[in-house]
Structures are given as structure tokens and as C-alpha cells.
Write a protein of this length. Structure first.
Length: 383
């Protein structure tokens, strides 16, 4: 799939996520296969219970129920993103509890020191994933029946706003496409759809058209879009309103880089790739097609990308790894969290410079939503 050129060029672009791309996607040869990690083998467990490649280090930046910069960090940290903030940056993180979910933020100085933390969304339900918008807003998505999307200010200054025009369904992730001026959305049910929202005015999510992807039952082919006539989803669910809509088994993480979207489906442990310019789709990864040996990536969930072209995919289940899929279609573990088998990895996101990776263990060592741990990893990431 030659992702390296796609994503490397993104830092020159408009910054939909921390990274993006500007080149035309090429055909993908085959789903990713086992191979050696570009960072080498995992080393012994560090003081934080994390196995990393040589040259990398971890630190704990927040724990659920404990103070970080005078603010009590939320339970069950989930999807996240990083926003530039002057010479520093802000990491935002959802809270996947119901009721009382929402999202919080941690502010960093240019040297990586923590300078503040605060709430940006409160009193919502099971905020799982979401997405970073190019106008510096975070979409926090409710993973409940007829759930809503909330547009949040990572600075914590402006109040969060409901965006019902984006549909009421069991939301998971979102990603902006500034070329086509649309927002893509995943749905976390076994027969879910892949959606796009076309705002009436780009940058204003108060009104627009919601559509679902239409395609056959194969794992590759062409696609079109059909309009969801009633985004409110009552009495007919949004996923049941478009004839010929393609079904995806548990939509999860979603990453956009110019003209390409990657998203995961947990029910079948797949990573899908959409070539949005060509209107085609195919598999970037399928754990049942991996060889030789055992698939390293299972329980696919949140996903992000680097400027080099690597995809980083977090596991919900599996053996608590973040795995990397390289531009030459090699899949391998990047890190492993030990002693936390009752948890899941969530919210991977890179700092603006690409040299720091943030993520959370949603339930930590306790296996409870009140035991979440949020980490930072530093080291020689490929950029």
C-alpha cells in the first residue's frame, strides 16, 4: 500500500491529525504479514510494566482518581488526540463511563513538562473514541444507542456543543477529510455502517448530510454512498436506512491521511483501507490471513499514524500491545503492557514533533475503570 509516502508528506499539509499525507495512494499488494519490527525486539519490562524497543522510555502522566496538575484525572480513559498549543501541546482523552463520561485534557510545555489539566466535556455517556478536527476541535463520541457527537474545545474555554446532525447511533471514531470536506465516522455494532457527514458549511457541524458507504460483501471492491434520510435514528436506526449499505463488524479506530482512510473492525480483527480518490476499499490487515506463525495483532481498536507512514494500532484484548504496520506491509509489536490483562490500550496519539506517543491503559492493574493509567513514550520514532 506504500503508506510511507502518503503519511510522510502530511506534515506539510493542513494538519487533520498530528500527521497526514498529500500523495496519491497506490494499490496495496496484500494484507500485512508478520515480520521484524523496524525498532527491533521488545526489551525487558521497565519500571512502569511496559516492554519497549531499545532506546525508548515510558512515564506515567496521569492516573484515574488521582491529581495531575491539581485536576482529578477521569476514569476509563479512552480515545485521544494531540493539539498544538503555542510552543507546547495538549493531549485530550475521553472517559468511557456511563453516566458521567466526558473528556479531559493535559497541557504540556515545549520541554514536555505538564503545566495544567482540566475538563473539556462533562455529564455525557460512554465517550469512547472521536476525532481531531482541522479547526482545532475534538469530536467526542458516545458509544451508546442513539449516542451523540460533541464538539469540544481542547483549550477548555468554549462550551462543548451537541452535533445531532452527525447522526444518533452507537458512535466510535471520527476523522476529517479536508479535501472532500467531510467527516468519516465508525459505528460499534456487529452490523454497523461506515459513514460520512457532509457539512453544509465546512467547519460548521450544525447542519449537513449523513451518508453510509455502499458496497458488496467482498473484502475489496468499489463503493458509493447513500443518504441517511433520518439522522435522528428513531424509529429506524441509521444503519437500516440505506439499501445496500456495507456491514462492518464492530467499527473502532479511524485514521485519515490525504485521500486514504484506515479503520479497524474488532469483530473480525481487520484493518480496512479506503482509497477515497479512487472510490475503492481493501484489507490492510486480517489476523486470519497472517503468516508465518501467529498473528501479533488481535483485538484491533484505536489507530493513529506517523509521519514516516507507519500505522500504530492499539489492542483491546490480545496481549495488551500497540502494534505497528509498516509501509511495506509488515506487522509487529511496538510495545507491550504487562500485568494488566483485564484492561485495554486506548487513545494513541503523537505529539506535534512526532517524538512522543501518548496512550492509556483503560483499567490499569486493577481491571476497574477507576484504575486507568495514561502514559507517554519517548524515543527515536521514525519520522
Amino acid at each position: 500500500m506504500d503508506r510511507r509516502n502518503f503519511l510522510r508528506a502530511a506534515m506539510l499539509g493542513a494538519g487533520v491529525t498530528a500527521f497526514g499525507n498529500t500523495l496519491t495512494p497506490s494499490a496495496m499488494a496484500a494484507p500485512a504479514q508478520n515480520g521484524p519490527s523496524p525498532y527491533g525486539p521488545l526489551q525487558a519490562t521497565d519500571a512502569n510494566g511496559i516492554q519497549l524497543p531499545a532506546g525508548f522510555a515510558s512515564r506515567v502522566i496521569a492516573r484515574s482518581g488521582q491529581q495531575v496538575a491539581g485536576y482529578t484525572w477521569h476514569s476509563a480513559p479512552d480515545g485521544g488526540a494531540v493539539f498544538a498549543d503555542g510552543t507546547g501541546w495538549i493531549y485530550v482523552s475521553n472517559s468511557e463511563i456511563n453516566p458521567g463520561g466526558g473528556a479531559s485534557a493535559i497541557r504540556f510545555a515545549s520541554n514536555g513538562s505538564i503545566t495544567g489539566a482540566y475538563r473539556i466535556l462533562a455529564n455525557t455517556r460512554q465517550n469512547c473514541a472521536g476525532g481531531k478536527m482541522p479547526w482545532n476541535r475534538w469530536l467526542s463520541c458516545e458509544e451508546v444507542d442513539r449516542g451523540l457527537v460533541y464538539e469540544c474545545d481542547p483549550q477548555g474555554t468554549a462550551s462543548a456543543i451537541q452535533r445531532p446532525a452527525m447522526g444518533r447511533f452507537k458512535h466510535e471514531a471520527a476523522a476529517a477529510d479536508p479535501v472532500r470536506k467531510v467527516i468519516y465516522l465508525t459505528e460499534d455494532v456487529t452490523d454497523g455502517c461506515f459513514y460520512r457527514f457532509i457539512p453544509t458549511t465546512w467547519g460548521d457541524l450544525s447542519a449537513g448530510t449523513l451518508q453510509a458507504l455502499k458496497a458488496g460483501s467482498a473484502t475489496s471492491g468499489s463503493f458509493t454512498w447513500g443518504t441517511v434520510t433520518d439522522p435522528d435514528g428513531s424509529p429506524t436506526a441509521t444503519r437500516s436506512q440505506v439499501s445496500g449499505a456495507k456491514r462492518f463488524n464492530g467499527g473502532e479506530g479511524l485514521h485519515y491521511a490525504n485521500d486514504t482512510a484506515w479503520f479497524t473492525t474488532k469483530g473480525d480483527n481487520r484493518v480496512w483501507q479506503l482509497d477515497l480518490a479512487a472510490g475503492t476499499y481493501e484489507l490492510a490487515y486480517d489476523d486470519s490471513l497472517v503468516s508465518p506463525g501467529t498473528a501479533p495483532l488481535t483485538g484491533v481498536d484505536n489507530v493513529t499514524g506517523s509521519s514516516f507512514g507507519d500505522l500504530y494500532i492499539a489492542e483491546d484484548g490480545g496481549n495488551m500491545e500497540i502494534c505497528v504496520i509498516t509501509p511495506d506491509d509488515i506487522v509487529a509489536p511496538f510495545l507491550r503492557v504487562t500485568g494488566q490483562s483485564a484492561s485495554e490500550i486506548t487513545g494513541p496519539a503523537f505529539s506535534p514533533a512526532g517524538n512522543r506517543l501518548y496512550f492509556s491503559s483503560q483499567r490499569g492493574t486493577s481491571g476497574s475503570s477507576s484504575g486507568g493509567i495514561t502514559y507517554e513514550v519517548t524515543g527515536p520514532f521514525r519520522t
